[in-house]
Design a protein around this ligand. Structure first.
Ligand code: 8YV
Length: 332
């Protein structure tokens, strides 16, 4: 039974004793119906409700978290019996995978089920930032369309999406889904990343600056790694230039945000569509008043259908690991 073991004191058996450590803990905020299911099935509790002393989480086998929180090495010290970290989402950059591996702890994510919605959001951002849809919405709401002298020509012209040149950083599952969608718009898609990708017939451009120079819009769909952290720097932004756009559905830290703000303020970058930020939920104040950026609260996978599929895959991973030690969608 989860959370229950026999305690021996001075040679005498005093058990079974409730250790107050369930088999499953949650680490960081999770969607409410996932929390409810974990509580109902495993009497799961938040990590912070356990005693914080090293080893006090004895008996905990699975930690459920998101890419936004993750499991750090110091958390592992508290959970000596941990066997698996189950992520809600595909991002795992806040989990210390090396520390997990050193202790034989395995990890899973929720691939595939969120690919379509994240790719839809990326395309939505491409269209929004290039066609200035959110800015036009604000224009109407401010009453500027109806103002004397306003009318159809008062709102500035935007940029054409159909047929645009699109570059993708990170042609994994999500990058490929973005490419497929934008190819249907007649866009010329090329990519860069860790090397040639299987199953695609798209030009690979070895260098990110070179790719940025060749395209109208650069879409970031890569994982955050040591290689991609800060990869979109001043050189990349300048290569995109005043007629170029940046779209990010990856991680905020892939972009040098200060360099991006400086490029926008100097008119050296055409605009940016951003679902992710380096210090969520904080958005650089300088972006809030700008009409050439679209700012979303990290919602790329946030549909009823996809979040339910992610929840179910998390629950399947937990059940499978507790049953036979195997994950349904293991990492690596
Ligand atoms: C998740 C994401 O929905 O999968 C990821 O890595 O960034 C999102 O799509 C989010 O992390 C869940 O909190």
């Amino acid at each position: 039974m989860p959370g229950r073991h026999w305690t021996m004191l001075a040679g005498a058996a005093y058990g079974p004793a409730v250790t107050h450590s369930p088999a499953v803990v949650t680490v960081g905020p999770l969607m409410p119906d996932l929390v409810a299911a974990l509580e109902e099935r495993y009497a799961a509790r938040p990590l912070e409700s356990l005693d914080s002393a090293a080893g006090s989480g004895a008996g905990v086998r699975v930690a459920v978290t998101t890419g936004r929180t993750g499991v750090r090495a110091d958390t592992l010290d508290r959970l000596p019996d941990l066997g698996a970290v189950v992520h809600f989402g595909v991002g795992h950059d806040r989990t210390d995978l090396a520390a997990l591996a050193a202790r034989g702890v395995v990890a899973s994510t929720t691939p595939d089920v969120l690919t379509d919605c994240v790719a839809d959001t990326a395309v939505g951002l491409v269209i929004d930032v290039m066609r200035r849809l959110s800015a036009a919405d604000r224009f109407v709401r401010r009453g500027e369309w109806a103002r004397p002298g306003g009318g159809s020509y008062a709102f500035p012209l935007a940029r054409r999406v159909s047929g645009a040149r699109v570059g993708i950083l990170g042609l994994g599952r999500i990058g490929k889904a973005v490419a497929a969608r934008l190819e249907a718009f007649g866009c010329a898609v090329s990519y860069t990343g860790s090397g040639p990708q299987d199953g695609v017939d798209l030009p690979l451009v070895a260098d990110l600056v070179e790719l940025a120079r060749e395209v109208d819009v650069l879409v970031l769909a890569c994982a955050l790694t040591d290689r991609t952290r800060g990869a979109v720097d001043t050189a990349v932004l300048d290569a995109l230039g005043p007629d170029g756009f940046l779209v990010n559905v990856a991680r905020g830290a892939v972009v040098d945000e200060a360099a991006m703000v400086a490029a926008l303020e100097a008119g050296r970058l055409g605009g940016a569509g951003l679902d992710v930020f380096a210090d969520e939920p904080h958005v650089p104040a300088a972006l809030l008043e700008r009409d050439d950026v679209v700012l979303l609260p990290h919602l790329a996978s946030g549909t009823v259908e996809t979040r339910a599929a992610m929840r179910d895959l998390v629950l399947a991973n937990v059940a499978s690991f507790l049953d036979d030690g195997r994950l349904v969608t293991p990492l690596g």
